[in-house]
Design a protein around this ligand. Structure first.
Ligand code: NAP
Length: 338
């Protein structure tokens, strides 16, 4: 048993930060002392951890002093300012934002896929984008079994991926539509209730969104396949929790659906639910609150020599963010001096 560690959660009042507190508690992470940090705006606040109320303190260089591990659930600009400060103060920072993911000296980790990439980290470790994490697990299995040639992914991403304000916006807009009231959009550029938006994050000059670029760049980095052919479309859907992805893979060698079900079922972190005749396939409602990456609708793509389709669903707040970060922290405590 390793010693107990002093843990900080920055962004502890947000959608991911609150989930981190739950995951740390559920997994009995050896927390000696918890420091909950947020913006310092507004009134005194507290969050619940292990049956106690923990006061939320402003995120500052002083609040980061003396911590062993800091989980950052803040936006990229806040992470850019404070992640280096946490590392300089002697902690290991695990960051959920996009700020450091593509830095060559920062490991980008999915524990079931590339734990070896953590070796020699310089005090900063990045947690990938939520949709990237959930496709990385089945892609690694397919790569190992049959080699990967090309990947095409389309996402169906829930509003909790945008944070707490977006969850409220979907609830408010849904009520307004059903009551025949005017719809107000503040978080999203247009109505999300009863609608799908092919628009997540900013557009670039080629017409891709940053979310689509993130999935491509981050998948290539995690799988250490810089030349992997990959095409992605990201869509926000009016679902509160969990992301779904249709994943089409073209492989070097054949892997038939039955073999794919067997190897995916045996892989850590993956649960296969795939019997459409008995209406057994994963949905976003099923995946909510669970830790697994669920895979269903596994079938041949006959349009290429070696092709497979999969439907991949996971809770974006858990495996897509908080759980993955805590799993990275679990790998870290095995290397901390006693
Ligand atoms: N949601 C997801 O599924 C998901 C998945 C993967 C990665 N991420 C990433 O995780 C990060 C957090 O996302 P979220 O969805 O949890 O957002 P959120 O619900 O909006 O929460 C943001 C958190 O950041 C804090 N914060 C804002 N400004 C701050 C400042 N100046 N100093 C310190 N703390 C500040 C907020 O505290 P206050 O309460 O004080 O404002 C809040 O705790 C983002 O980088 C996001 O891209 C999210």
């Amino acid at each position: 048993m390793k010693r107990r560690v002093r843990v900080g959660v920055a962004g502890a009042t947000g959608a991911v930060g609150l989930e981190m507190l739950r995951v740390l508690e559920e997994r009995s992470f050896p927390v000696e002392e918890l420091t909950a940090m947020a913006s310092g705006r507004g009134e005194d606040r507290s969050v619940e951890f292990a049956g106690a109320d923990v006061r939320v303190v402003p995120l500052t260089e002083e609040s980061l002093a003396g911590l062993d591990i800091v989980l950052f659930a803040t936006g990229a600009s806040v992470s850019r300012e404070f992640v280096p400060a946490a590392a300089a103060a002697g902690a290991v920072a695990i960051d959920n934002s996009r700020a450091f993911r593509m830095d060559t000296d920062v490991p980008l980790i999915v524990p079931e896929v590339n734990p070896q990439a953590m070796v020699g980290h310089g005090g900063v470790i990045a947690n990938p984008n939520c949709s990237t994490i959930q496709i990385a697990l089945p892609l690694e299995v397919v790569r190992r079994e049959a080699g990967l040639v090309r990947v095409v992914a389309s996402t169906y991403q829930s509003v909790s991926g945008t944070g707490l304000a977006a969850i409220e916006e979907l609830a408010d807009q849904s009520r307004a539509v059903l009551d025949g009231e005017p719809v107000v959009s503040e978080v999203y550029p247009t109505q999300i209730a009863f609608n799908c938006l092919p628009h997540i994050d900013d557009f670039d000059e080629e017409g891709h969104t940053r979310e689509e670029r993130k999935m491509i760049d981050e998948t290539r980095k995690i799988l250490e396949m810089p030349g992997l052919g990959m095409a992605v479309t990201c869509v926000r859907v009016p679902v509160f929790r969990s992301h779904a992805v249709t994943l089409n893979v073209e492989m070097e060698h054949p892997l038939d659906p039955a073999e794919a079900r067997a190897v995916l079922s045996a892989a850590p972190g993956i649960r296969v639910l795939d019997d459409p005749e008995s209406v057994a396939y994963p949905t976003q409602v099923d995946a909510g609150g669970t830790d697994d990456v669920w895979v269903g609708r596994i079938r041949r793509d006959e349009s290429v020599r070696n092709g497979l389709w999969m439907w991949v669903v996971a809770d974006n707040l858990r495996k897509g963010a908080a759980l993955n970060a805590v799993q990275i922290a679990e790998l870290l405590i095995n290397e901390l001096p006693d």
